[in-house]
Design a protein around this ligand. Structure first.
Ligand code: SF4
Ligand code: FES
Length: 368
């Protein structure tokens, strides 16, 4: 067994194997102690070190060398030392730096959450609420790009991309011919395909799941529904390409979207066979009937997530006091407004009027 190191994060001490990063150690403790991560993805080799949202303060380097580290460090790329002490939410410097990072990430990011498919499950949206400031000091025009269709199933909104490289690593490590990447540098950097080649590999749909923002969206789901109006259920099918274990996002019997299953950090979970539960394009984009799947049951959703809104599993209704208060009279829930008001002229059929209705249509002599 490898050597165990003692590390204290936000005053909570745990022991982790040597070589564990601060971020992974913090995730073992869980909850708020775990720093947010916009580019690190434990299932992707080489990820991390790009976005700086996971910055933490190391107030004691190790037992042997207790000096604090002079600058905040990226917890996803810094391994723990024995006796190390780390401050995350207990450090004012970290909170302040993170607010700065959020401000930077939002410099060019449009505030189009009301129409973005990722709203409700966007890590940048959560990060802004939890660590951002309400204002911006950016006075220039944001970068804008045209939307691009990357193959038949995926659309790229480069304006929303935060250049985390997760989709590039996914394409690199899951498919045999990556045809997209980050082109240009600095303010000109963008995700693009080489001469507009489409991403048509069997596993390329996974880039949608790893994208922390709404830059890569599922064209079979775009604008069809808000995630919090759909109900996620776990389901599986026999698939010869992937594990076939997915989450269906349903409304009634209709399957709106199919995604891989995610863990509490928003990363794709391991499948029941132990490997990462990446799913193939066929499962994701082509199996959109409930009859294609064996449904296991509702997905457990964190109750703080907006996605758990409107799901009434285990609902406890408040005591109904109306009848008691009204001496046994039943509440009148459905009231026909026309029976008490003549204002709207119920006999006038709006559907029979050509074009938009006008006040003249409601005039007494125009009744028929
Ligand atoms: S498209 Fe998404 S996953 Fe790819 S680099 Fe941009 S933000 Fe990251
Ligand atoms: S998650 Fe550590 S730098 Fe992005």
């Amino acid at each position: 067994m490898s050597e165990l190191f003692k590390v204290t994060i936000d005053n909570i001490t745990i022991e982790v194997p040597a070589g564990t990063t601060i971020l992974q150690a913090a995730r073992k403790i869980g909850g708020e102690v775990a720093p947010p991560a916009m580019c690190y993805y434990s299932k992707l080799k080489g990820s991390g070190g790009k976005c700086r949202t996971c910055l933490v303060e190391v107030s004691k380097g190790s037992e042997k060398d207790p000096r604090p580290m002079p600058k905040l460090v990226a917890s996803c790329r810094t391994t723990v030392m024995d006796g190390m002490e780390v401050k995350n939410i207990t450090s004012e410097k970290v909170i302040d730096a993170r607010a700065g990072v959020v401000e930077f990430l939002l410099l060019n990011h449009p505030l189009d959450c009301p129409i973005c498919d990722q709203a409700g499950e966007c890590h940048l949206q959560d990060l802004s609420y939890e660590h951002g400031k309400e204002g911006t000091r950016f006075e220039f025009q944001k970068r804008t790009f045209h939307k691009h269709d990357l193959g038949p199933y995926i659309q790229l909104h480069m304006t929303r991309c935060i250049l985390c490289y997760r989709c590039v690593f996914t394409a690199d490590q899951l498919t045999n011919k990556r045809v997209h990447g980050v082109l240009s540098r600095g303010d000109h950097a963008e995700i693009a395909t080489y001469i507009e080649k489409s991403l048509d590999n069997d596993f390329i749909g996974n880039v949608i799941d790893v994208c922390p923002v709404g830059a890569l969206t599922d064209k079979t789901f775009r604008f069809k529904n808000r995630v919090w109006f759909t109900k996620p259920v776990d389901a599986h099918r026999d698939c010869d390409k992937c594990c076939g274990e997915v989450q269906l996002w349903m409304r009634g019997d209709e399957v709106f979207r199919v995604t891989a299953r995610k863990d509490e950090w928003g990363e794709i979970k391991d499948s029941s066979k132990g490997s990462t539960g990446w799913i193939c394009n066929e499962c994701r984009f082509e199996k959109k009937f409930a009859s294609d799947w064996t449904i296991e049951g509702p997905t457990q959703v964190n109750r703080h997530s907006v996605i758990s809104q409107g799901h009434y599993v285990g609902l406890k209704k408040p005591n109904e006091t109306f009848e008691k208060v009204m001496n046994g009279r039943e509440p009148r829930l459905f009231m026909d407004i026309h029976s008490v008001s003549e204002v709207n002229k119920p006999e006038i059929q709006l559907s029979l009027i050509h074009g938009p209705a006008h006040s003249d249509d409601f005039k007494e002599n125009n009744k028929d």
